[in-house]
Design a protein around this ligand. Sequence first.
Ligand SMILES: [Zn+2]
Length: 130
Amino acid sequence: MTFKKTPFEYEEIQPMWGPFPERLMPVWNIYTRNFYISSYVCPECGRLMAKTVFPSDYSFQTTDGVKKVPRIFVCGNCQTFHIPSPGYKLSSNNGYYYKAKDYDEFEKLVKELDNVGSTTGRRNTLYNEG
Ligand SMILES: [Zn+2]
């Protein structure tokens, strides 16, 4: 799995009270313990992405070499993975993404990430984004 430079512009939405509008509802069919709803909408389908936070930076192979990042955003609808560039927010639009080849690969990767991720926000990163 090699992440590519993102061609996307990411949109962060403000936290809202009450139920999310239907059009934003995340698609998430895999049982996970450490993913939760992020404040970013998927640049492809417009639904909220799920995220997990790594207790220590996790390494991903990208077209620019290995990048160690504190968090990852995942769209269960498009089966895509999105990481910020180290030291940047996802909305800096200079991160990387990877699209799973099929559902089996998507599920396998999500479970791997769920095992190393957490729902605890980190305070020691430059941006503690949602
Ligand atoms: Zn999507």
